[in-house]
Design a protein around this ligand. Structure first.
Ligand code: HEC
Length: 102
């Protein structure tokens, strides 16, 4: 009985702390492996989507032939870093077309 209680406690703590960093790290690797064949990552990182919307986005990419092995980790990574609660990404270029300074 005791170990079970500990497990439940651990899961609650993980939920309170947000995404598991090791899962998020796996998701980043998955992105590097499966999301750069057709477009740059800027098109990905400039989005701000909910977790459910990232799932739909991956379904859409799958329809175009994208093979994702570690889907759950990728969704976790995307929702953690590019969630709809994050500030929008500034544009890459300024009005005169020069690179935006960081
Ligand atoms: C087989 C080619 C291909 C691969 C691989 C691919 N995409 Fe895409 N992606 C596209 C195309 C085509 C578009 C549409 C571009 C446009 O709308 O002009 C797109 C657009 C997007 C967009 C912009 C929003 C939208 O829906 O148009 C996002 C976000 C995105 N891709 C995410 C991803 C992610 C995350 C991965 C890795 C899992 C991925 N893509 C891998 C083909 C691909």
């Amino acid at each position: 009985m005791k170990p079970k209680l500990l497990l439940v406690g651990g899961a609650l703590a993980a939920a309170a702390l947000g995404a598991d960093p090791s899962v998020v790290a796996r998701g980043e690797k998955e992105e590097a492996r499966s999301c750069i064949a057709c477009h740059s990552l800027r098109i990905v990182h400039s989005q701000r989507l909910s977790k459910a919307a990232w799932g739909r986005e991956l379904d859409k990419m799958a329809g175009w032939g994208t093979k994702v092995e570690d889907r759950d980790a990728l969704v976790e990574y995307l929702a953690t870093n590019f969630g709809d609660d994050k500030a929008p990404q500034p544009p890459a270029l300024t009005r005169d077309g020069s690179q935006q300074k960081k």
